[in-house]
Design a protein around this ligand. Sequence first.
Ligand code: TYM
Length: 334
Amino acid sequence: MLDGKKSLFSGMQATGTLTLGNYLGALKNWLTLHNDYECFYCVVDEHSITVRQDPAELRKRARNLLMLYLAAGLDPEKNCIYYQSHVSAHAELAWILNCFTYMGELSRMTQFKDKSAKHADNINAGLFTYPVLMAADILLFQSDVVPVGHDQLQHLEITRDIAGRFNAIYGDVFTIPEPYVGKVGAKIMSLQDPLKKMSKSDENPNASIFLLDKPDDIRRKFKRAVTDSEGQVAYRDEQPGIKNLIDIYCACLGKTPGEVEKEFAGLGYGVFKEAVGEAVVGVLAPLQARFEELSKDKAYVDGVIRAGAEKAGYYAFKTLRKVQKKVGFPERIK
Ligand code: TYM
């Protein structure tokens, strides 16, 4: 709750280019939430440096990500869009929350286990405390809900635990956030291995659809998508490749799996894959066109960045000051 209105926070990492999974699982669900919530959408560039980044590349990706938020249809007049590194309260609250988080609970995080296996030469403390920074992101804005895909639910759970623990000691300081997971598209799988989630960092470029992929590349990737030999467009766990394509088709067109099964009954996988490719091209075309326009409008994007940092900073520091007071830091002398 902020100033009597329910509030919401979500963010994405500026590592790699956004995938269709990020879009259908998260971004697409964000677009109308400003009707019910004070919304904060952050480009979480501080989270990105838990793995090594090329500085120029990170800066470019962070800006592209922010422009993708806008291109997808987030209205900056109705949503606060900003860079995490522009509001130092994130890092400051994360430090305090570190002191209320246990090594044991952090070592149970599956993302930490996955990432440390993948970056075995760089298992840094930031990678370990990543969920605490995420908790700080969410709690700074007294968020009632956090819209995310399935893979972030464990981080939401630890955020709730940290907030509850803090509140138990100091009184009602933080709102305890609830996850908000979309009904369709919360777990989009790899097109090459439908048992694995679609990921920005997949080494096989055919496994993921990137939001700025050219239409022909999108069509080609769907044509090559791994399926099975059942030959029936059916929504069942035994056919994970087809199930994933049905999910994508439903999320793009607002249909239900049952309707899709009927639509493609008796038709081959070739026809279905082509239809899914077209549906995705159709959804991404306006986003790509808007992204092109924004790339040419530096002044407008800069204005959004400036205003976003100011508004986010106002609320974030309000919470941070309250927390600092609660834990016993000396008051500032005016
Ligand atoms: P990130 O950048 O990996 O992903 C951004 C959002 O996209 C969702 N997502 C997916 N949804 C469906 N299918 C997929 N294959 C798929 N892949 C990703 C994610 O669930 C997420 O909602 N730690 C976060 C970023 C973060 C954050 C936060 C999120 C930092 N602070 C506070 C919410 C609140 C992350 O790495 O997301």
